[in-house]
Design a binder for this molecule. Structure first.
Ligand code: HEC
Ligand code: HEC
Length: 289
């Protein structure tokens, strides 16, 4: 017990983590109203915690509430949101006859609006394949089986751009991923990963995003680690970051080697993390620092 505690304190110190119990800063109490081409839309960025999370939190918050004023403001106007450039690139891709026999996404699906609502219910167990599918799986099924192309890399630019375009079609829709029925076993597996301490520093997702949400780690204000804003434009990377990629980055920060983007483990984790945000709105393309 004693050595375990000492190690965890050392780990926290190594990361510059303000220890639990020290003054945490609250998520800002503001509303996210976004100016779009078609007027304004108010996004639900805070909600009562879903039942399965009631032991941990009363209220859930989008990561938007934990960022600085400048970053928050960038997401308030599509014109200032640097992620929108990638949505435009994906829109061109959507219409382009890139398939082996000239197929295009548009040829089979019409406009991207046909994807409205999908982002809010994925990951999900697909009724046809019976498998847990993240959005990347849906896209790659079409890219390979229906267009005769090589699969797009899970974290490739083409993939992330398309994730942004598809997510935007569900902007404002409330996350409601299924965790019961055929999803239950995947959800349980994702939950187990979320609470497992990996690596040298013996930290789990929960160590930071549950036990220390609101605290600072170096200069970083720790959020609840929600994915309702994903993919996000990350200022630090000057590009889009998908949820799968963010998981890899967070694990790496704890000096652990765990799972790959697109692995069965991280798909299950994405379902579980998404379910912690059941009740929040899809942001389309969030902006983070
Ligand atoms: C050592 C602390 C630490 C651990 C452990 C950690 N993260 Fe993070 N995570 C961060 C920091 C710091 C950020 C950036 C600030 C923020 O949004 O919390 C972040 C951001 C995120 C975000 C982006 C939130 C947003 O709205 O932009 C997600 C999602 C996330 N983490 C998920 C996870 C998952 C899943 C795990 C476990 C595999 C994990 N994190 C483990 C520190 C951690
Ligand atoms: C040859 C026709 C065809 C092409 C080309 C095609 N798709 Fe599909 N796509 C389908 C069919 C059929 C389905 C499964 C049935 C459905 O949901 O419409 C599907 C399903 C999907 C889904 C899941 C939709 C849902 O509601 O479950 C996504 C996302 C998707 N496609 C994206 C794309 C993207 C992105 C492209 C272009 C890169 C593309 N598709 C190209 C035919 C196509």
């Amino acid at each position: 017990m004693h050595s375990r505690t000492t190690r965890n304190l050392a780990a926290a110190a190594a990361l510059g983590l303000a220890l639990a119990g020290s003054a945490g800063a609250n998520p800002v109490d503001e509303t996210l109203e976004v100016t779009t081409d078609d007027g304004t839309i108010t996004l639900t960025t805070t909600a009562p915690a879903p039942d399965h999370l009631k032991d941990a939190f009363d209220t859930i918050y989008s990561g938007w509430h934990y960022r600085d004023t400048e970053t928050r403001n960038m997401e308030r106007d599509d014109f200032d949101n640097p992620g929108m450039v990638f949505v435009d690139i994906a829109r061109e891709k959507w219409d382009a006859a890139i398939g082996k026999n000239g197929e295009s996404c548009a040829g089979c699906h019409d406009g991207p609006e046909s994807m409205a609502g999908l982002r809010a219910v994925t990951p999900r167990v697909d009724a046809t394949t019976g498998k847990l599918m993240i959005m990347e799986d849906y896209i790659n099924t079409c890219v390979t089986e229906r267009m005769g192309l090589e699969a797009w890399g899970t974290t490739s630019k083409d993939m992330k751009n398309m994730l942004a375009l598809i997510a935007l079609q569900s902007r404002g829709e409330i996350v409601n991923v299924a965790i019961d029925g055929p999803a239950a076993e995947y959800w349980a597996k994702g939950k187990e990963i979320y609470y497992t301490r990996y690596g040298q520093l013996e930290m789990s997702c929960a160590s930071c995003h549950q036990d220390n949400a609101g605290n600072y780690i170096r200069a970083d204000h720790l959020s609840q680690g929600q994915i309702s804003g994903f993919p996000v434009y990350r200022l630090k990377d000057a590009g889009l970051v998908s949820a799968q990629q963010r998981f890899v980055g967070c694990v790496r920060d704890t000096r652990a080697e765990t799972f790959k983007a697109g692995s069965d483990e991280f798909k299950a984790l994405e379902l579980y993390v998404a379910s912690r945000g059941n009740g929040l709105a899809i942001e389309g393309v969030g902006v983070r620092h």
